[in-house]
Design a protein around this ligand. Structure first.
Ligand code: DHB
Ligand code: FE
Length: 315
């Protein structure tokens, strides 16, 4: 059934009325920007159906997939897995380049598993609350500076990561984690330093029965990430940075299903002793120095702040 109807007046009129493009919004119920975006996205879907001769069965499989995606609560997971979140980073990088902004620690995706509200400590925080027999001790530390290399005092460094099973607290199907396990927030002092005492994470895998993995299966892709640690770094005089580092040596570093890996975000893992004095569970521990360079605001404005629905909880 290779018919072409997209360019007909009937279909173009349908797209306009369905999105109410150019509609009268004077009663405040419609929004011109929203109408424009819906009109464009709907047009792109209609055109794809025409161009690829997508069958009704295929369309309904897709519609039904959206129901499963919502039921599973995985829309933000899927956004990472299909490269949409990476694409937004590519656009932000390009916008920085266009105004000559460089020299900061590279951004990379937030992912869907942040939880706001971790207790804020001064300088150092021990964030492994729950026992995890499989996980070895890890210190993550560094200095927050500006692009001139000056320490940034008063910066809020937030981190979050998975346990030895690849699960995050608040989203752990095994129930093994409480509160803000493996999630922390540290305020830098005059020296700009931060430190988290924690346990080594393992890479995350998409829920095997979930909608995201279902789509990836259809593409012949896996849904795994290398071991990684997420960061938000917030400071009054700088742009908020969203980033992560990967754990050096993880075989999936260059095969991340969410495309978050960047060359500059793979710090060395160093074996150290003296963990007992730091309150670590064994004297031998791993140490990762991850220094963070923040970029200035653009005309006083943080133009890389991203507003999106986020889970929050009280500690
Ligand atoms: C996903 C999970 C993560 O831990 C992450 O950092 C990014 C994305 C996800 O399931 O999409
Ligand atoms: Fe993650």
């Amino acid at each position: 059934m290779s018919v072409k109807v997209f360019d007909t007046k009937e279909v173009q009129d349908l797209l306009k009325v369905a999105s109410n493009l150019g509609g009268d919004n004077s009663n405040d119920s419609g929004n011109a920007r929203f109408q424009q975006i819906v009109h464009r996205l709907l047009s792109d879907v209609f055109k794809a159906i025409d161009d690829l001769d997508i069958t009704p069965d295929e369309v309904w499989a897709g519609v039904n997939y959206l129901n499963k995606l919502g039921q599973d609560g995985e829309a933000a997971l899927l956004a990472a897995g299909i490269g949409l979140e990476k694409y937004l980073d590519i656009r932000l990088d390009a916008a920085d380049k266009a105004v000559g902004l460089d020299g900061g620690t590279p951004r990379t995706i937030e992912g869907p598993l942040y939880v706001a509200g971790a207790p804020v400590r001064e300088g150092v925080s021990k964030i492994d609350i729950n026992e995890d027999a499989e996980a070895g001790p890890l210190v993550i530390r560094g200095t927050v500076t500006d692009t001139d290399g000056e320490p940034v005092p008063g910066a809020l460094v937030e981190c979050w990561h998975a346990n030895s099973k690849g699960f995050y607290s608040h989203f752990d199907p095994t129930g093994a984690q409480t509160g803000f396990n493996l999630r922390g927030a540290v305020r830098t002092g005059a020296d700009g330093k931060y430190e988290f005492r924690t346990l080594m994470p393992v890479g995350y895998g998409c829920p095997p029965q979930g909608a995201t993995q279902q789509l990836l299966d259809g593409l012949g892709r896996h849904g795994n990430r290398p071991a990684h640690v997420h960061f938000f770094i917030t400071s009054d005089d700088h742009r908020k940075l969203t980033t992560q580092f990967n754990i050096e040596g993880d075989p999936l570093i260059w095969d991340d299903f969410a495309y978050a890996t960047r060359e500059e975000l793979i710090p060395h893992v160093v074996e150290k002793t003296g963990g007992a004095a730091l309150g670590m569970k064994t004297d031998a521990y791993k140490d990762i120095e991850f220094n963070i360079v923040l970029t200035p605001r653009v005309q006083g404005k943080d133009n890389q702040i991203v507003n999106r629905p986020r889970v929050s909880a009280t500690a």
